[in-house]
Design a protein around this ligand. Structure first.
Ligand SMILES: C[S@@+](CC[C@H](N)C(=O)[O-])C[C@H]1O[C@@H](n2cnc3c(N)ncnc32)[C@H](O)[C@@H]1O
Length: 262
């Protein structure tokens, strides 16, 4: 299995340049300084702040971030709550990048990243107090296997947060950030997602669907041409992909789901 749009072979070189320009003297970087490119989901760092406030996380918590990308959400949880966070991602280039960024923060003892599939989580049963997954499910067709695997590694009474795009009145125009073509995009409806989660054994604690109002998250400040993450990813169609997602949220074809499960 591969996710072609998250294969970014030269990402390490681009990232090294960016990190060097941000901190030429090698000084440690903060979660806030990195947020322009390591929070890869609708709403960026402010969404992670809002989402993680919904969870019971503290310095004793063991947290798993499924599809951890460049690692911003994992680092935010470790730096804000003191938790130990493991990130797992299918893309070796993203995992390499996440580790490079980690090395420029003071969070290395609490945050780790490894390559692996959300559909074959390599952890014993009941390993984590909290599992988060932000903008990953859209790439995964077998939701039954995805949610059952997460249910297996989260402790009984623990929490699972999912923050993903769902289908509403139609399909988005492609490319979108998670896929250049419809073939690698597997959106479920709100009802389909809820059914799959409940069938995996989760109970819903919190459920929120954001419609057209969520499109505001994609507005760039005046004079800014592209979000900083675009330069790191080096994906030629990324600007179009973000514009298509924003338009598809604005016209109601897709929406943004936040759910906390127990
Ligand atoms: C849009 S990015 C989100 C990254 C991160 N969660 C964040 O919010 O910053 C989606 C990530 O999911 C990963 N991914 C997609 N399918 C996956 C799978 N089957 N198993 C693990 N990771 C996967 C991709 O490699 C990519 O890093």
């Amino acid at each position: 299995m591969s996710v072609a749009d998250y294969h970014a072979p030269q990402i390490a070189e681009r990232l090294a340049d960016t990190l060097a320009s941000m901190s030429p003297d090698g000084a440690m970087l903060s979660v806030q300084e990195l947020a322009g490119f390591d929070q890869f989901h609708t709403g960026g760092l402010s969404a992670t702040v809002r989402l993680t406030a919904l969870l019971s996380v503290d310095a004793e918590s063991n947290v798993l971030d499924v599809g951890s990308g460049l690692g911003g959400p994992a680092r935010y949880i470790a730096s804000t709550y003191g938790a130990r966070v493991t990130g797992i991602d299918l893309s070796p280039s993203f995992v390499e990048a996440a580790i490079m960024i980690n090395d420029r923060t003071s969070l290395g003892d609490r945050v780790s990243f490894q390559t692996g599939s959300a559909l074959a989580l390599p952890f014993p049963r009941d390993s984590f107090d909290v599992v988060i997954m932000q903008h990953v499910a859209m790439n995964i067709a077998d939701r039954a296997a995805l949610y059952a695997g997460i249910r297996n590694v989260v402790k009984s009474g623990g929490q699972f947060l999912t923050y993903d795009i769902i289908e509403r009145t139609g399909t988005p125009a492609y490319p979108v950030p998670w896929s250049s073509t419809p073939e690698a995009s597997f959106l479920l409806t709100e009802d389909g997602t809820r059914q799959a989660l409940e069938q995996a054994g989760f109970a819903v604690d919190m459920w929120q669907v954001q419609g057209p109002e969520a499109a505001a998250a994609f507005q760039l400040p005046p004079g800014v041409q592209a979000p900083p993450i675009a330069a790191i990813l080096g994906r030629p169609n990324f600007g179009q992909a973000v514009a298509n997602l924003a338009a598809s949220i604005a016209d109601g074809r897709v929406a943004v789901l936040t759910a906390v499960l127990r």
